[in-house]
Design a protein. Structure first.
Lengths: 285, 285
């Protein structure tokens, strides 16, 4: 067998294998809703009222609940109309649906937030991220990982305050200059694992107002991102946001999709790259 | 240039092109929630209470609402614990998340339902579908399209009754034998564009009880599927179901993802198939 023939066979096998091994992984970065969730003080508490939980008149099982809550509860989505109003501003039911399925970038600022609770992400944090993972794509969704999801069960740990007085809050967020840089990249969405994209001490929410004024949606109280590839590299985020006429947001199921490479599977794009390289070599041998 | 060299170049170009053209399309098959949604009579009506809708003390815009509703409202998800109770039954927060992202099959029974409102899907409907689109995959999600989403704005059109008396309801659903065949295929979810997988006249919900007893989730009042590829071929459905501790279901954002071939783009899998065929030929020329 000549070298060229061998190369043909290797390429053929690689391409054939790439068709069958694309194992998709799904990671849920959504906190479960319940009555103990730490919540922003001005909203009503989450209530689950059990209406039926047992056998019905036919002798079969029948269980269901009523749910009562404020839109901006738990892991949730802020439609741009939450903090901005202009012609064409998006409500939860009018946001173009392709914006809900986009490449994810996860900017890990756990060390910074661990060092200083009131840390605000800077343009330099974004530029540092881009040096490692490439430029944030137009239309992408960027989530800042401050390591805050580990605090989720405790109001005091999340808000840095025993009191519901908003002037006592301390938690990290996104600085206005960083938000401006993200908007210049053309992102569709910005998220945090804290209760607000504006850091705890903010009382006038300039980052909410700026980003939503650009029709950019927000994600808050995002759940644990530790099972995602570093930087969110290769992840498509699906934002399963509630769709409500006149809705300013709502609980969102956040599902991160990516090719699983942890169990020895090779991602399709890697195989295609190898295939292309082999093809180029094959042109010259 | 020899025939083999030309073939190499063609294969190379095809593979290279396949890397860059994967244009993903997102179709939303979710009805918007609002206070006029036709609803099952025993649940509370959907309420959106405006809490803020104007400028706040800082002079900036601030709008949000409280939402109050029954879990089984609008386009929604039934966790298996809605109609079944056994050790290991899934709640909305405990359902394995990979079950929410699976290949979709859409079985179109619009003609049958148009002819007879109380039509129940049969095993033969499934077998006919499989002859055209291939066997329903293990773990897949199957939705029956009765053409019912066109009736969504009218309670009478959806339920076939002016009355909320459940004994007067007429709409199509899934027959028990068809449900048994789907369960034998190992599906994770079964959906309909009507208010219930059990047809209108049912009063004891055998299909709910059977499927949920197999830990299969349900989707009801699914929105317009007309923009999907025929049969749901090549579609991955993402079920953005609310995640509630103790939840028996909830509104779900249903996003259908597929490669867009309508604008002349060729799906990656087709290119890979062509590539493999070329490779096989290349081995012998």
């Amino acid at each position: 067998m000549s070298g060229t023939d061998l190369l043909h066979k290797v390429v053929f096998m690689l391409v054939a294998v790439s068709v069958v091994i694309g194992v998709q992984k799904v990671v849920d970065i959504t906190h479960s809703l319940n009555e103990d969730n730490p919540r922003w003080p001005d909203g009503r508490e989450f209530e689950l009222n059990v209406i039926s939980n047992g056998t019905d008149s036919t002798g079969g099982w029948y269980a269901y609940n009523d749910l009562l809550f404020t839109e901006h509860t738990g892991t949730h989505f802020d439609a741009p109309c939450h903090f901005a109003m202009f012609p064409g501003v998006y409500y939860s039911s009018s946001l173009p649906v392709e914006r809900l399925v986009q490449p994810l970038s996860v900017i890990n600022l756990q060390a910074q937030a661990n060092y200083y609770r009131d840390y605000e992400a800077t343009p330099n944090d974004i530029i540092t991220f881009e040096k490692e993972f490439g430029k944030i794509p137009e239309g992408g969704i960027v989530i800042f990982d401050f390591g805050w999801s580990k605090y989720w069960k405790s109001f005091e740990a999340v808000y840095g305050s025993k009191s519901e007085d908003v002037t006592t809050f301390h938690f990290p967020g996104v600085g206005l200059s960083a938000a401006e840089l993200l908007a210049s990249r053309g992102v569709y969405g910005v998220g945090v694992d804290t209760p607000s994209v504006d850091y705890g001490p903010s009382l006038d929410f300039p980052v909410h107002r700026f980003l939503q004024g650009q029709n950019i949606f927000l994600l808050e109280n995002v759940g644990n991102m530790s099972a995602l590839p570093k930087g969110g590299d290769g992840v498509t985020l699906v934002v399963g946001a509630m769709k409500v006429d006149g809705g300013t947001g709502g609980p969102a199921r956040l599902l991160a999709l990516f090719e699983d490479t942890s169990s020895g599977n090779i991602p399709e794009c890697a195989l295609l790259t190898v295939t292309i390289v082999c093809q180029i070599i094959a042109l010259f041998v």
